[in-house]
Design a protein around this ligand. Structure first.
Ligand code: FAD
Length: 372
């Protein structure tokens, strides 16, 4: 069997890797659009603190975090060591004591059946600051020891490299789909036909453009995120935990004295690949208000990514009804770096006809409606 994977973000890279592990022939094509979400994503892997509670979505979110240990072990065994993944723990903080209590209850409830979340404990403000020194004084924290952060640029590249070492191919190109004589036609940018028994579209925020010529309306839109990267030269930040306040902004750190503050969530943004004054202001204000110790950090860069936002929080994963050989994975929204590796494995199982770890029925691409 030959499978064509269109789009090599975290989801396409994982799909390709898991297909290649099964001995399937895989060709991966990616246009490398500016704003590819996987290159901009923060990389927090900590589903247990979220306020969102849609059950089917949460199932997938939690399964995504659980899958990481297996994924990392497998990649390391294949000689992939540059993965940017570390279990640094998370600090959940809240200004309002009522919100803090509710958050603690939520985290404790959710982690009961999740040993991978590690130990949950309450920290004094001084203990929290010892772990994340720029944190504002006076904030107690809930510490989740099993939370992690990942540099998705490194992880997706490692999965792709591993797939290639197993025989997959990769190239940069734009792929389009068309119907001809009742069948699917797959074309590269110079009009050449690409042959495959199965096609998996993992094209993120751009996927609707690929599906539209098939007469399908795919309701996934770009949601722009601006995310700020700071440097604290000479400061060892590698072990700093993820910092999760109650709003939609957050902080995390990486090995190279880098601290990241995320992120805007701009609906109806289109593919506007610009750093804006309001975006910078929003993110820096939120970050400095919770971690004023970063005021003198060096601004390195602001990354832009387009989250693939579906009409509901649930991802879209499955075969496209009425079009044999076409599968789609999309709509990972703001949780794709957590869900993506596991969702990619599920897609690989589905396409190769193997039993699934969990049913994908709740995520089947129902929203794909003919436009004509
Ligand atoms: P993408 O990474 O966007 O990849 C899609 C690929 O398809 C692109 O490379 C594109 O070039 C390619 N493509 C499109 N059309 C074509 C075509 N016609 N032919 C060939 N190739 C094509 N998630 C978390 O779990 N934790 C976080 O902390 C987190 N933080 C985030 C912060 C920000 C600022 C953003 C933007 C996102 C964040 N996310 C986070 C979400 C996560 O990054 C995304 O959900 C995830 O990266 C989506 O991956 P994807 O593979 O579906 O899409």
């Amino acid at each position: 069997m030959r499978v064509l994977v269109i789009g090599a973000g975290i989801l396409g890279a994982s799909t390709a890797y898991h297909l290649a592990l099964k001995g399937v022939k895989v060709d991966v094509v990616d246009e490398e659009h500016q704003g590819k979400a996987t290159l901009a994503g923060a990389g927090i892997v900590c589903p247990w603190a979220t306020k969102a509670d849609e059950p089917e979505w949460y199932e997938m979110y939690a399964a995504g975090a659980r899958f990481y240990d297996e994924l990392i072990t497998g990649l390391v065994a294949r000689g992939e060591t540059s993965l940017g993944y570390r279990k640094v723990g998370a600090l959940v903080v809240a200004e309002d004591p009522g919100e803090f209590e509710a958050a603690e209850q939520r985290v404790r409830e959710r982690t009961k059946a999740a040993p991978e979340a590690g130990k949950v404990s309450r920290l004094t403000p001084a203990e929290a600051r010892a772990l994340f020194p720029p944190l504002r004084d006076g904030l107690p924290a809930i510490h989740i020891s099993g939370a992690a952060r990942v540099d998705a640029r490194l992880l997706a590249a490692a999965m792709l490299r591993a797939a290639i070492s197993l025989g997959a191919t990769y190239r940069r190109d734009n792929v389009s789909l068309a119907m001809r004589d009742g069948g699917l036609l797959t074309l590269g940018s110079s009009g050449q036909q690409l042959h495959a028994d199965e096609i998996v579209v993992t094209a993120g925020a751009w996927a609707s453009r690929i599906l539209q010529p098939l007469g399908l309306h795919h309701p996934v839109q770009p949601q722009k995120g601006q995310i700020v990267h700071l440097s604290l030269p000479g400061v060892a930040t590698a072990q700093w935990p993820v910092l999760l306040p109650m709003g939609s902004h957050y902080l995390l750190a990486f090995d190279d004295s880098r601290v990241v503050i995320g992120a805007t969530r701009e609906d109806n943004s289109g593919f506007d690949y610009r750093v804006t004054a309001a975006g910078q202001h929003e993110v820096l204000s939120a970050g400095l208000s919770i971690a004023p110790g970063l005021a003198n950090a060096t601004h390195i860069e602001t990354r832009i990514g387009f989250r693939p936002a579906a009409p509901t929080i649930r991802p879209i994963l499955g075969r496209v009804p009425g079009l044999p050989g076409l599968t789609i994975g999309n709509g990972l929204g703001a949780s794709g770096l957590t869900v993506g590796p596991f969702a990619g494995k599920c897609l690989a199982d589905l396409v190769s006809g193997q039993p699934l770890d969990r049913s994908l029925n709740p995520y089947s691409p129902q929203g794909l409606t003919p436009t004509a």
